[in-house]
Design a binder for this molecule. Structure first.
Ligand code: ACO
Ligand SMILES: O=CC(=O)O
Ligand code: MG
Length: 508
């Protein structure tokens, strides 16, 4: 394998995934597409003025539709998300959901072990052979009957995979995740993906080129791949149609990735002054007018083009040991999914198996005998750039409790992430890379825009450091010093860190 080096340690059954042919395939994708990926990442830093693009108006005005959905993706009323850890893989496949988003992204720490064992688990899951024996003696295997369609979410374009080197540089993480999965499983007929964190239709074109090349290389018919794109950055909100258009032979739909969307807004406008400052994270709901504008535009765009509109994640999770918490979570999720189903979404995400029934019940009631509501085209919806950018419509305040919570949740999440768990239940909420990004970027924005808390206290770096010290004193954990150091860097460093996972990845 000339030019390819595998630098990670041994992982059980890794040799079944990291075969010479599979690595050559990944290296081929990397050699063909890494330079374009680098250019597109560099363009992100330009932060061009936002608006619907003049140069693509002809695409928005033209009459076209995405490819028709294949049978396994026609009914997506309830999608469970979660990392590709072995026990959770079996549990997700037994959850009764229609789709399992197998997450190599927001919910995953890309430890080498997780990267490789995740592929082992996906290999077994695709073949229906996965089982798991827990150390406590419980045996997990697939129940008889239908299982969710597996849709894999590779890492975003920004992350490298330093354990695989191609021609002397780390491979593109997204191409490692996609390439290994596609190589081993595409011939089984369901190479389906979720594409995260894109900022432009040109990034979607790159994915489309990757799919086209990968299919040609393995002799898989063009258009077998299907991709659902997360609209979870503010620039992408202005290019929903163009993104679907670029991927039209391979597009399945769009998803409203609300948590990264909020992070992206903060990141994009981090130094733009008071009009762009967002209040406490927990005070921003999906009914805030600017969030509503985003989901309305997403449903309208999808259904105009024959693509599925998939709702986002309500962060409330049940607790089997606490009925009160569970009751509250179910009520919150019920409200969230009811709004989405009434707005025309075809299905939505849940974070936990105990939330599958409520999501299914709500979409069952809305869909009746139909597998989706693509026919609900919402022609009355018209969303302007001003509405998407009206962040003042969030209402709410920056508060002391919000600041303390941002620090507490951010450090606790980093502790979990460093230990290899990219999703965690913290204070009865699901936290993952996207929600943690909000916590730390929000503090950066408050410090750099002279925000004053509702009790009159100015937000300064010193205040955040003091709260961080108090938080550290209350916590423990193997990686506490590192978690605190990283949090301080990503919340306060003068040069805004693009993604917290970039410096964190350097340290694992
Ligand atoms: C912003 C975004 O990108 S959202 C999408 C990314 N985020 C995610 O995917 C998060 C998915 N959810 C999770 O990871 C988990 O539910 C957590 C971390 C939030 C909570 O996990 P836990 O504290 O282990 O939950 P809990 O103890 O209630 O789990 C009960 C059982 O359900 C299983 N379970 C919980 N969540 C999931 C899931 N998402 N998928 C499969 N199984 C799950 C557990 O494995 C456990 O199984 P067991 O009884 O056989 O041991
Ligand atoms: O990936 C989903 C999100 O909300 O972020
Ligand atoms: Mg996300």
């Amino acid at each position: 394998m000339s030019g390819i080096r595998v630098l990670g340690g041994e992982v059980e059954r890794g040799e079944q995934i990291l075969t010479p042919d599979a690595l050559e395939f990944v290296a081929g994708l990397h050699r063909a597409f890494a330079a374009t990926r680098d250019d597109l990442i560099a363009r992100r830093a330009e932060r061009r003025p936002l608006g619907f693009l003049d140069e693509t108006k002809h695409i928005r005005d033209a009459d076209w539709r995405v490819a028709e959905a294949p049978e396994p993706l026609r009914d997506r009323r309830v999608e469970i998300t979660g990392p590709t850890e072995r026990k959770m893989t079996v549990n997700a496949l037994n959850s009764g959901a229609k789709v399992w988003l197998a997450d190599l992204e927001d919910a995953n720490t890309p430890h080498w072990h997780n990267v490789v064992s995740g592929q082992v688990n996906l290999y077994d899951a695709a073949r229906g052979t996965i089982d798991f024996q827990s150390p406590e003696g419980k045996y997990y295997s697939l129940k008889d009957g239908d299982h969710p369609t597996i849709v894999v979410r590779p890492r975003g374009w920004h992350l490298p995979e330093r354990h695989i080197e191609v021609d002397g540089r780390p491979a593109v993480g997204a191409l490692v995740d996609f390439g290994l999965h596609f190589f081993h499983n595409a011939a089984l007929g369901r190479p389906y993906y979720y594409l995260p964190k894109m900022e432009s239709h040109l990034e979607a074109r790159l994915w489309n080129d990757v799919f086209t090349a990968a299919q040609a290389e393995l002799g898989i018919p063009h258009g077998t791949v299907r991709a659902t794109v997360l609209i979870e950055t503010i620039p992408a909100a202005f290019q929903m149609e163009e993104i679907l258009y670029e991927l039209r032979d391979h597009a399945s739909g769009l998803n409203a990735g609300r948590w990264d969307y909020l992070f992206s807004i903060i990141k994009y406008f981090r130094d733009a002054g008071a009009d762009f400052v967002l209040p406490d994270r927990n005070s921003i709901t999906m009914t805030a007018p600017f969030m509503r504008a985003y989901t309305e535009l997403l449903v309208r765009t999808c259904h105009k083009r024959g693509a599925f509109a998939i709702g986002g994640m309500a962060a409330f999770i049940p607790n089997r040991r606490d009925p009160e918490v569970t009751e509250q979570a179910l009520a919150k999720v019920r409200d969230d999914k009811t709004r989405e189903s009434n707005d025309g979404f075809d299905g939505s995400w849940v974070a936990h198996p105990d939330l599958v029934p409520v999501c299914r019940e709500i979409f069952d009631a809305k869909l009746g005998d139909k597998p989706n509501q693509l026919d609900n085209t919402r022609p009355e919806v018209s969303v302007t750039a001003e509405q998407l950018l009206d962040f003042k419509s969030a209402g709410g305040h920056a508060t002391r409790a919000g600041l303390e919570s941002a620090v507490d949740v951010g450090v606790r999440y980093l502790l979990s992430w460093l230990a290899g768990n990219g999703a965690a239940a913290i204070h009865n909420l699901m936290e993952d890379a996207a929600t943690a990004e909000i916590s730390r970027s929000q503090l950066w924005q408050w410090v750099h825009n002279g925000v004053v808390l509702d009790d009159g206290t100015p937000v300064t770096a010193e205040l955040v450091r003091a709260v961080l010290a108090d938080t550290k004193a209350k916590l423990d954990g193997e990686h506490l010093d590192l978690a605190v150091e990283l949090f301080e860097q990503v919340a306060l460093a003068d040069d805004f860190v693009d993604f917290l996972t970039l410096p964190a990845y350097e340290r694992i």
